[in-house]
Design a protein around this ligand. Structure first.
Ligand SMILES: *Cc1c(COP(=O)(O)O)cnc(C)c1O
Length: 219
């Protein structure tokens, strides 16, 4: 099936209140252009350099989401245009984003990434670190970032019960975080292989790549 057909099929199955981030990492400008021409404007990338090049070469009404691990020394390259950073997992990174956002006269929307998977390779805060961060003075003093929600990735496994448990745990943290940051509204969870479960467990934003664009080459 074509990119256009895949997009249409997936959008038809998503509830109205669930946003779709089309994950376009490793994909070419012309592939992204096909999705854009089909009416899609939210794209996710996991490398800052690659996202900057695509931003430079694509229409300016596209919203670019950074979904990968962010190195602090590269925040400056995307601060001018990035619309949502999904993978914030430290106060130091948040401070850098705040500083670069200020230089650009912007408030940059961020999600705090929570470690919910079994694998140790996936980035993110644990429940205690989340709690510490959202109650810290440093966080409350920052004026050029807005925490608008949480993000997490489930374990890569066939065990759907485990995936469900991990998403459910993230939803619990999301609900409790709301008591400290009442205006958070985004729960970014679910990818091609597990987004149906994520939606059943309360996701409001899914990040889907291969089911739209086809398999990726090794990255
Ligand atoms: C690559 C990636 C996705 C999309 O994965 P697919 O399985 O291709 O849908 C979603 N989220 C993050 C953080 C990713 O790096």
């Amino acid at each position: 099936m074509s990119i256009t057909e895949n997009l249409k099929r997936i959008k038809n199955t998503l509830p109205n209140d669930v946003a779709l981030v089309a994950v376009s990492k490793t994909k070419s400008i012309s592939e992204i252009r096909e999705a854009y021409d089909a009416g899609h404007t939210i794209f996710g990338e996991n490398k800052i350099q690659e996202m900057v090049e695509k931003w430079e070469n694509m229409p300016k009404d596209i919203q670019w989401h950074m979904i990968g691990h962010v190195q602090r020394n590269k925040v400056k390259y995307m601060a001018e245009f990035v619309s949502l950073i999904h993978g914030v997992d430290s106060i130091r990174l948040l401070r850098e984003i705040d500083k670069r956002a200020k230089q650009n006269n912007r408030v940059i929307n961020c999600l705090l990434q929570i470690h919910i998977a079994e694998e140790t390779t996936k980035f993110g805060l644990n429940a205690n670190e989340l709690n510490e961060l959202i109650h810290s003075d440093t966080f409350h003093k920052m004026k050029n970032i807005a925490i608008v929600g949480l993000m997490g990735m489930a374990t890569f496994t066939d065990d759907t019960n485990q995936i469900r448990r991990e998403f459910r745990f993230l939803k619990t943290l999301f609900d409790s975080t709301k008591k400290t940051i009442p205006n958070i509204s985004i729960l970014s969870m679910g990818m091609s292989g597990d987004y149906e479960i994520a939606i059943e467990e309360g996701s409001t934003m899914v990040r889907i790549g291969s089911s739209i664009f086809g398999a990726r080459n090794a990255h």
